[in-house]
Design a binder for this molecule. Sequence first.
Ligand SMILES: Cc1ncc(COP(=O)(O)O)c(C=O)c1O
Length: 375
Amino acid sequence: MPPQPASLFPSFPSADQQQYQVQIHLAVQRVLGSGCFILGEEVAAFESEFAAFLGVKHVVGVGTGTDAIELMLRALEIGPGDTVIVPSFAPSAVAAGVMRCGAEPVFADVEADTLTLCPKSLDAVLRSAAGLNVKAALAVHLCGHPADWETLQCVADEHGIILLEDCAQAHGARWHGKMAGSLDRAAGFSFYPTKNLAALGDAGAVATNDAYLAERLRLIRQYGWRQRYISETTGVNSRMDELQAAILRAKLPSLHESVHRRRKLAARYDERLNSIEMVAGPKERTGCEHAYHQYLVRSKRRDELVLHLRQAGIPVAVPYPAPLHWQPAYGGTAVLPESDRAATEMVSLPLHPHLSDDAVEFVCDAIERLNHATC
Ligand SMILES: Cc1ncc(COP(=O)(O)O)c(C=O)c1O
């Protein structure tokens, strides 16, 4: 009897929690026994362990990945009157984080192959940005694929702006051997429960090699306090809690292994989907290691494919069906053809480290059936 879809496709947060239940139980007991729940020893230990994982000098734990974007911009003294360029095919959090520091997000297009910030589009937006005080661009390593860092860096340098990383989907990705999150000035991370490194609630972090920036981030995350009750600078409340830090510490030692498993499943999808005409799998740029937070395929028949896979009991998702430049809150007049096309063609297939090889075969068989039935 063929395997039943429901058991083939466990949800990632539940399967992850099950996998680490003993370690999570111990971590929670440790925190409960400590009597300290916010910004204590667990947060400090996680910050230094995650910094070692990334190969950076400092990690500052904050409340969420959106806060990480806001705080890294604030720490760089970017705010009202400034503009930050972000890719349009990305989650709302990217624009929200920019707006929370008071700056204005302006959108650029993504590359067709990797769905990451397109250097040509960034250059075009910067050339047409007369009158805007553009301070930075935020390159999102979407789905776990590193953006074209060297080319983006050239464009950023030419225009005198700062290039920042959004690694919310890229824990464990590499760019020419360097971990995503260590490529330049600062990088934001989210540990939302679906991320490659997942908390059991909200949590985020900023990684940097800049000691001054790290110090500013530590002040800003808690009311601008160095000394309790004395606000040295304007700050917010965006603290990582001890329970989330302890849970992240329990999972961090397996992160390389779980990304390896994601890559193995992705390689099998690549192999099978390569010969199926109606879909095109993701591409990995030479020198990059995709962390496969998500496995997105492109299809001109996306909606039909989604319906077919859902009818077969396969949990697929349609990522970012409205690019940011279309959205009422951020809408402008930009023409960004690759973001528009991605919004109508991409579908996310099931992929996480707790998925079996059989699950991938089941999905590919289902796509193959639709492809055959309609060729
Ligand atoms: C690329 C990207 N940036 C930022 C965020 C924001 O993270 P959080 O949900 O922790 O605020 C997310 C999370 O969805 C994300 O995927």
